[in-house]
Design a protein around this ligand. Structure first.
Ligand code: ADP
Ligand code: ZN
Length: 745
């Protein structure tokens, strides 16, 4: 005979659930998502947990289990549809169901420690008695009478409000409570992440022709959720008015009683962004972001759960807002890498949004000026609908002029190339003379040093994989991390025999150093992950810059925001090549997106400004097309290459990671597993494991195997099985799979 048991998830350890037996009388009330109280540890201690799965176990197993003590909530804490989404995530992303379930609920809701907040409010106990007391008031009792008046006019209030409005003091209120004229009650109040900030109401704008066409498609799709397509790619250049389209799409959904989720990348989730939604929809908007306190997060989540709000705006995790009638999901800047979570479950919120939309019959809008090639391909082959907005909402807004500077022409007499070209130096000096501001931008994502010839611009790349070799200093070799090819690092350029070989890798710190030397009178600030050690510093540097107390701001991606400041008239991109030759097939795409973002920036502030791009590869397609604001040509050329080399979007890509203390052991067990997969899945191209481009992190040796193929479903199932088995056999080597991996370093 078999018995019923449940897996219960607690906040004790990251990946473990605990098994409990379900008492007969509770069998109908326990389902995944329900909160329960279970005995835990010695004595009669109990803990709150969340049921993650129900199973049947043999009698002899059940006998060893403790019973679930009680059910805390009748309703499942996670709506049924979200649980299904959790199942999908766990099978698609090859992680455990516990990991994916955990992801559906914010910690503050899951652990049961945070509760609704209550505050005392005061009410009249008996209006007649109060009126009588007021009528008979003497000089001595006047303060009390004033409080009673307030309460009769305006109803229940907090002590602070009463004291302020009546001009009496707190002791008068206490006395009234003692006399039985006023009663005190605890009511639930919501914590306010907006701290009561006032919002100015905004009205819908009259759509431009582009916007009108996009909206027509959106309404059509929203009103016929059973149609062929449920995803729309909104390809709109910067300032084409995508946000206004989102706002009007949401308004349409609200009218028909639906709920909406808006995802934006964490870095764009600024007060200004949130305000655009709040000023149109007021208190119907809930905001979910990482800076909320546990209490605020709890309240925001409960507001969604209880149907108190209709719109959730947030970063990645807002995708799991527990709406019951979800009709629209918007993913802004859909190409952003930050939608991919770097810990398990390693999901991409954009892709899961498409799945959630499908499951709940909701329309999904993916918006971007530079769509990912995955989404672009889906639009080309008709899987997604597309709306194009290629003109600016306000024709008066000008694009900056973009100039490409060929760094090969900048060599000094001793055959070295300076960090600053002469023309950029001169441009910066002119800005300082006129009291205008400059941003210097270094695309410093790369740590991998690659070999480049300063004379002819040649970059040593693997002929089989179209990615550059990584230079390993210790061994003096060039290695391709995709196919494993290895060759000795050359002393002269293999193309032109020049000895001016350069291993690029200048960081922002060196740029700052140079800037001080070149522009001794300038006030300079640097902003990157080394200098920004806490979130406050980021705001501080930006505010100083905004106030004009800094002439030159140097930084990485982080500073793209500064471009909205009116006094910035020059942006210098110091080394556009740096990201181009990262050992990653998406390197070109990322550089294009980044440069297009900078070059396409034409907010009020940067109108008529100047962008200078320094490069050793002035004819690189990513640079040329970004300069010309030409996404279509870039996408066309890049797609050809992807197709040729069988990279996504034409295949699915998996990265298998192995990490451990003992390099030989990591290699051995990874080879064992990879060989097994290679034998079982001949339809997939599965590389042998090899050292990851970053070979060691925190003392752990890292090996990696990349797999790709057009039909990965069998492979995916086997891979998931391997991940599960691995966890049971508690080994010294960590193994995890990254599905649709974006980071290959
Ligand atoms: P995007 O998100 O595509 O970069 P935004 O939605 O931020 O563009 O719009 C850019 C600017 O154009 C904003 O200041 C916005 O208020 C304005 N705008 C958008 N749509 C219209 C419209 N239909 N009429 C007038 N101004 C508009
Ligand atoms: Zn190779």
């Amino acid at each position: 005979m078999s018995c019923h048991a449940a897996k219960v998830l607690m906040d004790l350890s990251l990946d473990r659930t605990f098994d409990y037996r379900i008492p007969e009388e509770l069998i109908d009330r326990i389902h995944p998502g329900v909160k329960v109280n279970v005995p835990f540890g010695r004595g009669n201690k109990t803990r709150i947990g969340c049921v993650s799965a129900i199973m049947e176990v043999p009698e002899e197993t059940a006998e060893k289990l403790k019973y679930i003590a009680e059910v805390l909530e009748e309703r499942p804490a996670i709506p049924e549809k979200l649980l299904k989404l959790g199942d999908w995530i766990s099978s698609y992303y090859c992680c455990t169901r516990e990991q994916s379930l955990r992801n559906l609920l914010p910690g503050a809701v899951r652990n049961g420690k945070v509760r609704a907040r209550t505050e005392p409010r005061y009410y009249l106990n008996d209006p007649v008695a109060a009126a009588d007391y007021i009528a008979k008031a003497t000089t001595r009792t006047k303060p009390r009478a004033e409080i009673l008046k307030q309460l009769s006019f305006r109803g229940g209030q907090s002590a602070d409000n009463l004291v302020a409005a009546s001009g009496s003091c707190k002791s008068a209120l206490t006395a009234l409570v003692t006399l039985g004229l006023v009663k005190k009650e605890n009511v639930q109040v919501l914590r306010d992440p907006f701290k009561g900030a006032k919002v100015q109401q905004s009205k819908p704008m009259t759509p431009t022709p582009d916007q009108a066409a996009a909206l027509e498609k959106i309404f059509q799709m929203a009103d016929h959720p059973d149609g062929q397509q449920h995803v729309l790619l909104l390809h709109g250049i910067t300032c084409s008015g995508k946000t206004e389209v989102y706002l009007q799409a949401i308004a349409h959904i609200l009218e028909s009683g639906g709920d909406a989720i808006v995802l934006v990348p964490e870095i764009s989730l600024t007060p200004q962004t949130v305000m655009r939604f709040r000023s149109r929809f007021g208190d119907q908007v809930s905001v979910l972001h990482s800076a909320l306190t546990d209490g605020e997060r709890y309240d925001e989540w409960m507001k969604v759960y209880n149907g108190k709000v209709r719109i959730a705006v947030g970063a990645r995790s807002a995708l799991f807002a527990p709406f019951r009638n979800l009709r629209l999901i918007i993913v802004d800047e859909e190409h952003e890498n930050s939608y991919k979570q770097s810990e398990a479950p390693r999901y991409n919120a954009r892709d899961v949004a498409v799945i959630r939309g499908k499951m709940e019959n909701a329309l999904v809008i993916l918006g971007s000026a530079t769509p990912s090639l995955e989404s672009w391909n889906n639009a080309l082959n008709g899987k997604y609908a597309i709306a194009k907005m290629y003109s600016r909402s306000d024709p008066a807004i000008q694009l900056p002029s973009v100039q490409v500077i060929d760094m090969r022409m900048e060599k000094t007499d001793d055959e070295k190339t300076p960090l600053f070209s002469k023309i950029l130096q001169e441009a910066v000096r002119e800005r300082i003379r006129h009291g205008e501001q400059t941003i210097l931008f270094l695309n410093k994502r790369g740590f991998a040093r690659q070999m480049m010839c300063e004379v002819c611009g040649y970059v040593a790349s693997c002929p089989d994989c179209s990615i550059p070799y990584t230079y390993h200093r210790k061994m003096q070799t060039l290695t391709c991390h995709l196919c494993g090819a290895m060759l000795p690092a050359p002393e002269v350029c293999p193309e032109c025999q020049a000895p001016q070989i350069r291993y690029s890798g200048a960081g922002t710190e060196r740029i700052e150093h140079q800037a001080y030397a070149l522009f001794p009178d300038a006030r300079i600030a640097r902003m990157d992950s080394d200098t920004m050690t806490n979130p406050g510093m980021y705001e501080e540097v930006l505010s100083k810059f905004r106030r004009g107390e800094t002439d030159i701001l140097i930084g990485t991606q982080m500073i793209a925001k500064g471009l909205d400041f009116p006094n910035v008239t020059l942006v210098g991109i110091l080394n556009a090549d740096m990201g181009l030759y990262l050992p990653d097939f998406r390197a070109q795409e990322r550089v294009f997106q980044l440069l297009a973002q900078v070059a396409g920036r034409a907010g009020r502030g940067f109108a008529g400004g100047e962008v200078m791009i320094q490069t050793f590869s002035p004819f690189n397609p990513a640079i040329i097309h970004a300069t010309g604001h030409d996404y279509l040509s870039f996408a066309e050329e890049e797609m050809e290459i992807r197709k040729e080399l069988l990279y996504p979007p034409f295949t699915r890509l998996f990265a298998l990671h192995f990490e451990g203390d003992d390099s030989a052991e990591v290699l051995r067990v990874s080879q064992e597993l990879v060989t097994r997969l290679q034998e079982q899945c001949p339809e997939m191209e599965i590389m042998d494991p090899m050292p990851a481009p970053v070979e060691r992190i925190k003392g752990k040796y890292r090996f990696m195997s990349v797999a790709k193929g057009e039909n990965p479903s069998t492979f995916r199932k086997l891979l998931r099985q391997e991940v599960m088995n691995w966890r049971q056999n508690n080994r010294d080597v960590v193994f995890y799979a990254d599905i649709d991996a974006l980071n290959l370093l």
